[in-house]
Design a protein around this ligand. Structure first.
Ligand code: SPV
Ligand code: MG
Length: 285
């Protein structure tokens, strides 16, 4: 039987880029699968926002692990879990790997910022971790895993912090030397140019993961041709839900009934289907 980690590895090393979408619970993970994505991204931004909290390292590892575990249980797709900076020091990272592995998560992503990290798009100064220390953490993560297929993605925040392309590439090489299975290169640019330059210089040394949130015009196929192996649509689902819920609730309050919203909201039966009501009824009988 192919494990979810082996499947994620397969996707990362395939000639065409795979597609991931962000989720924060079982239902959103299931919607990611039904929409035809290949991977569920257990997003720290979405998981924090679902609790009306900013993505600022406020939740604990247990909170994020619980959310990722719901995702694993509700979908057959591999789940790649955003583990921020790894929730502490080297030992915490080893513990994180063991816990996520035991929960059936296919892989984790660790970013090279200092704890407590803040979301990459916040207009605040971002402090990067010392690259040698972060490389050591990647080494520890790889040593801690029991399943040889478990995936550890090293996320480079140099372009976010503004330390430049040379720093981004040097860090990525250090993390790959330390055993990272893939590099996530993040950017807050409106255009994909710096990501394209990174990919060009990286020469497919390891798989590369990209997150086109701000440079959203870049198509999956273009990212694939440029050498990306996984394209993460990290938060569009959450943003769609916020807008849709807001619109419908406002409409109901203004009109005094839900008639005009019925055509745009999912029927109750659809929620029954999404939550496997038939399976549960069959279990009872
Ligand atoms: C997340 O989805 O939590 C991410 C991606 O880390 S981003 O919000 O773009 O930093
Ligand atoms: Mg995150």
């Amino acid at each position: 039987m192919t494990t979810s980690s082996a499947r994620l590895r397969e996707l990362l090393t395939a000639p065409q880029a795979a597609r991931a979408a962000g989720a924060h619970d079982g239902l959103t993970a299931r919607l990611v699968e039904e929409a035809g994505f290949d991977v569920v991204w257990a997003s720290s931004f979405e998981t924090s926002a679902s609790r009306a909290l900013p993505d600022m390292s406020l939740l604990t590892m247990t909170d994020y692990l619980q959310a990722a575990s719901w995702m694993v249980q509700s979908t057959s797709l591999p789940v790649l879990a955003d583990c921020d900076t790894g929730f502490g020091n080297r030992l915490n990272i080893a513990y994180t790997v063991r816990q996520y592995e035991a929960a059936g998560v296919a892989g984790i992503c660790l970013e090279d910022k200092v704890f407590p990290k803040k979301n990459s798009f916040l207009a605040v100064g971002q402090t990067l971790e010392d690259p040698a220390e972060f490389a050591a953490r990647i080494r520890v993560a790889k040593q801690a895993q029991h399943n040889p297929e478990f995936v550890v993605v090293a996320r480079v925040e140099a372009l976010i912090a503004g330390t430049g392309m040379a720093d981004a590439l040097a860090r990525a090489h250090q993390y790959a030397d330390a055993g990272a299975d893939a590099i996530l290169i993040h950017s807050k640019s409106q255009e994909p140019h710096e990501i394209q330059e990174f990919l060009e210089q990286w020469q497919r040394r390891t798989p590369v993961v990209v997150v086109p949130t701000t440079y959203f015009r870049w198509k999956t196929e273009e990212a694939s041709r440029a050498g990306a192996s996984l394209v993460i649509y990290a938060n569009q689902g959450l943003r769609a839900a916020v807008q849709a819920v807001r619109d419908v609730l406002l409409e109901i309050r203004l009109t005094g009934d839900s008639t005009s919203s019925e055509d745009v909201i999912a029927p109750v039966k659809e929620i029954f289907r999404l939550t496997d009501v038939d399976t549960w009824n069959a279990l009872e009988s």
